[in-house]
Design a protein. Structure first.
Length: 116
């Protein structure tokens, strides 16, 4: 099982990034996919969720209207489009795959830094 995040980097406040998470080793379409983030000295927090095989989405209140989670089951990939980024959203962003009684998998994370 592998989850490989990409797309992080340095962006100015108000800018945008698109994160990707490529999955392998399990039946991707059967898993709920989530994005979490963890800032230095803080607990990991749930940012966005997309159901399996797709359609239903949920977001943390702090990112509603600015972030969009989506998935492409043909490519075994989940995305997080992040717009209007704020400095306090600097964190390591993690991809998670979850299916009850089946598996709970994590990626290695990708750093997002929002700074001028």
């Amino acid at each position: 099982v592998q989850l490989v995040e990409s797309g992080g980097g340095l962006v100015q406040p108000g800018g945008s990034l698109r994160l990707s998470c490529a999955a392998s080793g399990f039946t991707f379409s059967s898993y709920v996919m989530k994005w979490y983030r963890q800032a230095p000295g803080k607990e990991r927090e749930l940012v966005a969720t997309i159901g399996s095989p797709g359609g239903s989405t949920n977001y943390a209140d702090s990112v509603k209207g600015r972030f969009t989670i989506s998935r492409d089951n043909a490519k075994n990939t989940v995305y997080l489009q992040m717009n209007s980024l704020k400095p306090e959203e600097t964190a390591v962003y993690y991809c998670n795959a979850f299916r009850m009684f089946a598996g709970n998998y994590w990626g290695q994370g990708t750093q997002v830094t929002v700074s001028s």
